[in-house]
Design a protein around this ligand. Sequence first.
Ligand SMILES: Nc1nc2c(ncn2[C@@H]2O[C@H](COP(=O)(O)OP(=O)(O)OP(=O)(O)O)[C@@H](O)[C@H]2O)c(=O)[nH]1
Ligand SMILES: [Mg+2]
Length: 452
Amino acid sequence: MRPTIAAIATAPGPGAVGIVRLSGPLAGPIGRRLFRPNNPRFAGFQPSRLHYGTILDATGQPLDQGLMALFPAPHSFTGEDVLEIHAHGGPLLLRRILAACLDCGAQAAAPGEFSRRAFLHGKLDLAQTEAIHEAITAASPLALTQAGARLHGRLSACIQALHQDLLDLRARFLVALDFPEEDVPDLAPEEVRPRVQGILSHLDQLLAAARLGTLAREGAVVVLAGRVNAGKSSLMNALLGRERAIVSPLPGTTRDTLEETLHLDGIPVRLVDTAGLRPAQDPVEAEGIRRAQEALDLAHLVLLVLDATILPTAEDEALLAQGTPVIVAPNKMDLLPGLPPWTSLPPWSDYPCTPVSARTGAGLDSLCQAMAAALQIPAQEDSGLTPNERQARHLEAARQELHLLLQGIASLPPDLLAVHLDAAAAELAAITGASTTEDVLDAVFSRFCLGK
Ligand SMILES: Nc1nc2c(ncn2[C@@H]2O[C@H](COP(=O)(O)OP(=O)(O)OP(=O)(O)O)[C@@H](O)[C@H]2O)c(=O)[nH]1
Ligand SMILES: [Mg+2]
């Protein structure tokens, strides 16, 4: 029998209400021992009902007034008996209540242990338990929507369908192998190829969606770079709609890198303002320029900010060819009647160009659209099919197995081809946890919060 686990389920810090949660066979007995009902007609915990009363410690001393609810197995989050103790949300008080539970024989839960038990009892598959964790830690509206869709099992259903396709195909291989006397014809390559290709195209779509999922969860890094005084800090402020960075007519104003988050089509974009590039005047500026270079190395997109009233230099040009997508943003357009002629000459004409004025705000909307396009943020269709990094690794591995199968299709015997089908099916099964190892579960659940 599994031990009964207990943890504070609500966030640390003072709050109106705090919850201690237990799961396991002692949940009921501990609840009865630590609860004195207010209602004289109380006749034991009714399933999934809140009861009001006094919460006691293991010696029977009152700790708080609060609510308790018992969710009997299997109709609970974990599939085991679950007790929830709703108290006032004082950190010290909640620790005392937790200590009372431990005094009565519960064990402190490890991070993610409630979710792990829910998985082991088949209440949720692995992709769904990961979705819970991602919903809790979502930092952008899109990440939350995607996690919600996965929690509802849409990704799992899609993976299961693909898994079934692979098993069907494998069964066809094996009939020919296992019953040679039956004279079932071997699957002809013409028959296998389109079926494998169909599965592959689904895998490709899922992998493309995984990229969007990563962007939604982790955000994109957009670095404002350029020479001193081009107006990088002014543009950062204009995009954020507040005076975050110091702006001055003196060249070399920004030294340290500054980072702020902006939401673009639901994706968190980490805007990084950097020190203007020029031969450094002092060690502090030199360090600032080194940090600017470091930020550029991490960037998903560079906004190359130029003073449109002066000609670009070799230093500006050097920023174009860093291997990261670039948007050229000639700034201070309020001082010019039209686009400066150099923008239509190579190499500048090879890059997307969005003229702006940080001062008047002209062009900022177009700049945001250009950033969304450059980051390949697709139009918002929320399919819910956005695998996370772990899931994407398995999809990629399955994809490789199927490519190997296609390569060998004309030359290899069916039993060797079936090995690739098996391997691909095992990778898909690992996504939903239909087949998985303790190590994988440890890796997944250890990232969870305590009490989840
Ligand atoms: N007319 C006009 N002036 C601008 C515009 N954007 C910035 N400036 C001015 O240009 C000067 C430099 O602006 P900053 O934003 O500090 O430039 P920066 O690129 O951050 O400069 P460093 O931090 O020194 O590299 C300031 O005097 C700004 O007021 C603009 O769109 N139009
Ligand atoms: Mg600056």
